[in-house]
Write a protein that binds this ligand. Structure first.
Ligand SMILES: NC(=O)c1ccc[n+]([C@@H]2O[C@H](COP(=O)([O-])OP(=O)(O)OC[C@H]3O[C@@H](n4cnc5c(N)ncnc54)[C@H](OP(=O)(O)O)[C@@H]3O)[C@@H](O)[C@H]2O)c1
Length: 236
């Protein structure tokens, strides 16, 4: 059977790379993107799997034309697209007095408008393959926190966007799920992963959730999934 093709935005590190690795070893073709071609290529080279099943793409999700070109590159290479994982995201956290206009714009442009660009670029292809869109939102899309104005606004918007999109596309046999993780080990917000992150969800755990969704019976659609570390450290 022909392998299914997945496009993961922001697959150069963190959660996107973890999903890419999980899907590669479970028989999918995977395209990963980054704002910088070199980062996408280095990530692609470090993944375990058949190198013919991995494609590195430069694309900034904030630019609609980049996302259109990314999809063209995937369909030119593999002739199809079955799954979009809208994962690329950034966060800036500061009290409202200190949050800059530039930080606000970067968060909203990447986490909200970026997802819109990725979906717009993919939707006709996904209708052809009766495909799947999975957005990586956050628990910050349902719980708000201090210093979180920009990030909370972006992830609440992303959850709303994803749920409305799900209603639009299910009549076309395209499924939409939004995954809302709590703490995941990654490079998010300039974090450097270390052994102290062992209690967190690991990127490959999100890969496993994605894989389970893709394997689910066509009649079943978990539209929104909250996922959190099973045992966070006790706060003292
Ligand atoms: N880590 C957590 O605890 C956590 C929890 C809930 C949700 N999330 C969400 O998970 C997603 C992935 O984050 P992560 O934790 O894996 O962070 P990460 O390790 O910093 O990775 C972020 C990824 O997004 C890419 N990216 C950022 N801006 C981009 C843009 N404009 N165009 C294309 N790619 C872009 C980065 O690529 P380059 O830098 O190479 O361009 C990188 O591959 C985000 O949407 C985040 O909000 C994270």
């Amino acid at each position: 059977m022909e392998k299914k093709v997945v496009y993961i935005t922001g697959g150069s590190k963190g959660i996107g790379k973890g999903i890419a690795q999980y899907l590669l070893i479970h028989g999918y073709k995977v395209a990963i993107s980054s704002r910088h071609l070199k980062s996408a290529q280095e990530a692609a080279e470090s993944l375990n799997g058949n190198k013919d099943d991995i494609l590195a793409i430069q694309s900034d999700v904030c630019k609609a034309d980049d996302e259109k070109n990314a999809i063209r590159k995937i369909t030119d290479t593999w002739g199809r697209l079955d799954v979009l994982i809208a994962n690329a995201g950034v966060g800036h956290f500061a009290p409202i007095e200190e949050l800059t206009v530039e930080q606000w714009n970067e968060v909203i442009n990447t986490n909200v408008t970026g997802v819109f660009h990725s979906v717009k670029a993919c939707v006709e292809q996904l209708k052809k393959t009766k495909g799947y869109i999975i957005t990586i939102a956050s628990l910050a899309g349902t719980y708000f926190s201090e210093k979180g104005t920009a990030y909370n606004a972006s992830k609440f918007a992303m959850v709303g966007f994803s749920q409305a999109l799900m209603l639009d596309l299910r009549q076309h046999d395209v499924k939409v799920t939004t995954i809302m993780p709590g703490s995941v080990t990654s490079y998010f917000n300039n974090h450097i992963p270390s052994v102290e992150d062992g209690w967190k969800i690991q990127p490959e755990d999100i890969g496993e959730i994605v894989y389970d969704l893709l394997k689910m019976n066509p009649r079943v659609l978990p539209s929104k999934i909250e996922v959190r570390p099973a045992k966070p450290p006790v706060k003292r």
